[in-house]
Design a protein around this ligand. Structure first.
Ligand code: NAP
Length: 461
């Protein structure tokens, strides 16, 4: 009998309204969840299983057949089976010839095998068209209606038509296919779900290190020193005062570290006279995690705002105000208003409020939903110009905090300056170097270099 292969039938009728049957090999967690979702979306589903006995867990509208029988019924077969069991497919090579096989598998470790699971499947069934998809969607997300999980489905494969068929299914399930190209991309797609916040590692470790350093620094200056010299117990500072010192310090340092690599890159480009030589690896990695550094900085700045808001209700603060008022009443003497101090304190607060406002604006524009809606020039304006303005305001806020006592020798304890002074080092360096870089004698060659000009061209005509 002259049989027409079912995948060709599918290609021919892909525009019709009737959904094509989808075959799923494996009745495990993922196979069943995907089967349910496909049936909900109007696809007839047939399972290929080692056991043709159906169970309550299997969607009741689906058929359960042997692998060979199920393969005959559909053009697309989703392999919902772990890679280590793929060898059962070799004897089925004839049944699978010309079919679209969708590899959804993941591994336990990054680059666990020399080749991707999808490429391994292609070696196992050479006559089939292999497409990698669905591995970044979890069975749980499919069951819970994909409402509270990422909707992105990375798809790759060498056969364009096969890939298109799979992407149509992805779309029909309410998910978003992202074409990643040929099967060469499969290894990267398989590694993707195994990554644990890769860009967050450096910012988190750095902030943990800095937090620990500044905690002990403040502990020595603000708790141990008064205890040793004045026998005063300020250990309760650990709860609010010290965190409220650490948070703005960390926010300012991390914000400056967002802009420091850009400044270093500019110096390197000016020195080399070309943009066509790669930056050192550490600088590349640093530049890639600037958004995360900025968001961690914003988190510290927000905590600083919350800690500051509770200052008036602190028992220590209320005690100080009351005892000051009582001592003034007892001495029958009221201190006149110090307008310099009033100016300093109001300017300090105003700079902090404006700095925080711009900081929040920067954070909002870094969200993909917002950044996707602005063009490259607008994004650069917000992240660079407004970013530097935020850094200027926050640095000024910290400088004015020191007020009259800034750099005063009396503020040193055990030769240690106030912690906020340390936090000013990196921001001031960044701002000074940036200021120098905008001088025309440096800005002009830098702009030319960034447009492709080279001081000593490697390949001259
Ligand atoms: P599972 O619950 O362990 O199910 C795997 C299925 O494979 C079994 O139910 C069985 O189906 C079949 N199977 C087991 N041993 C076999 C063998 N020796 N020969 C042939 N078939 C065999 O696993 P799962 O969680 O559904 O995951 C399946 C695949 O999806 C894996 O590659 C996984 O990496 C991938 N994945 C899973 C998720 C998830 O959230 N679970 C997410 C993304 C990707 P039968 O008894 O019907 O033969």
């Amino acid at each position: 009998m002259n049989k027409i292969p079912s995948n060709i039938m599918a290609l021919a009728s892909s525009t019709s309204n009737k959904r094509e049957t989808v075959c799923i090999f494996g009745t495990g967690d993922f196979g069943r969840a995907l089967g349910h979702k496909l049936i909900q979306c109007g696809y007839p589903v047939v399972f290929g299983s080692r056991s043709t006995q159906t169970s309550n867990l299997i969607p009741k509208d689906a058929e359960v057949l042997s692998h060979a029988e199920a393969a005959q019924k559909a053009a697309i077969i989703i392999i919902a089976i772990q890679r280590q069991h793929y060898n059962f497919l070799a004897p089925l090579a004839e049944n699978l010839h010309g079919k679209v096989l969708v590899d959804i598998s993941n591994n336990l470790k990054i680059n666990q095998y020399p080749e991707s699971n999808a490429e391994y499947l292609a070696q196992m069934v050479p006559g089939a068209k292999i497409v990698k998809a669905f591995n970044t969607v979890s069975a749980w997300a499919l069951q819970s209606g994909t409402l509270d999980a990422s909707r992105q489905v990375f798809v790759c494969g060498n056969d364009m038509e096969a890939k298109q068929m799979v992407m149509d299914i992805v779309r029909a399930l309410g998910l978003m296919p992202l074409d990643q190209g040929s099967l060469l991309a499969a290894q990267e797609i398989e590694n993707y779900p195994l990554r644990l916040f890769p860009m967050w590692k450096f910012p988190i470790l750095l902030s943990l290190g800095l937090t620990t350093f500044f905690f002990f620094y403040c502990l020595i200056r603000d708790v141990i020193y008064p205890y040793v010299y004045e026998n005063k117990d300020f250990s309760f500072f650990i709860a609010i005062s010290i965190p409220n010192r650490i948070c703005p310090i960390l926010a300012l340092i991390l914000l400056a570290l967002v802009y420091l690599p850009g400044v270093l890159a500019a110096i390197i480009q000016l020195y080399r006279g070309t943009k066509y030589r790669r930056f050192p690896d550490w600088l590349d990695k640093w530049m890639l995690c600037r958004k995360q550094l900025g968001l961690v900085a914003l988190a510290f700045a927000s905590l600083h705002v919350v800690y500051t808001l509770v200052i008036p209700i602190r028992s220590f603060v209320r005690w100080r105000i009351i005892s000051h008022t009582v001592s003034e009443a007892l001495n029958n003497k009221t201190e006149p208003l110090d307008t310099t101090n009033a100016w300093l304190s109001d300017s300090y607060l105003a700079l902090g409020i404006l700095g925080f406002f711009l900081f929040v604006l920067l954070g909002i524009t870094s969200l993909p939903s917002v950044s996707n809606n602005v063009n490259w020039r607008e994004f650069r304006f917000v992240q660079s110009k407004l970013g530097y303005l935020t850094l200027v305001l926050c640095t000024a806020h910290t400088l004015v905090y020191g007020g009259k006592w800034f750099l005063s020798p009396s503020s040193y304890r055990w030769y240690l300056p106030n912690a906020y002074m340390l936090s000013l080092i990196i921001p001031c360096i960044v701002l000074v170097v940036k200021f120098v870089l905008i001088f025309p004698c440096l800005d002009k060659p830098l702009t030319q270099i960034r447009q492709g000009w080279e001081r000593n061209p490697q390949y001259s005509e």
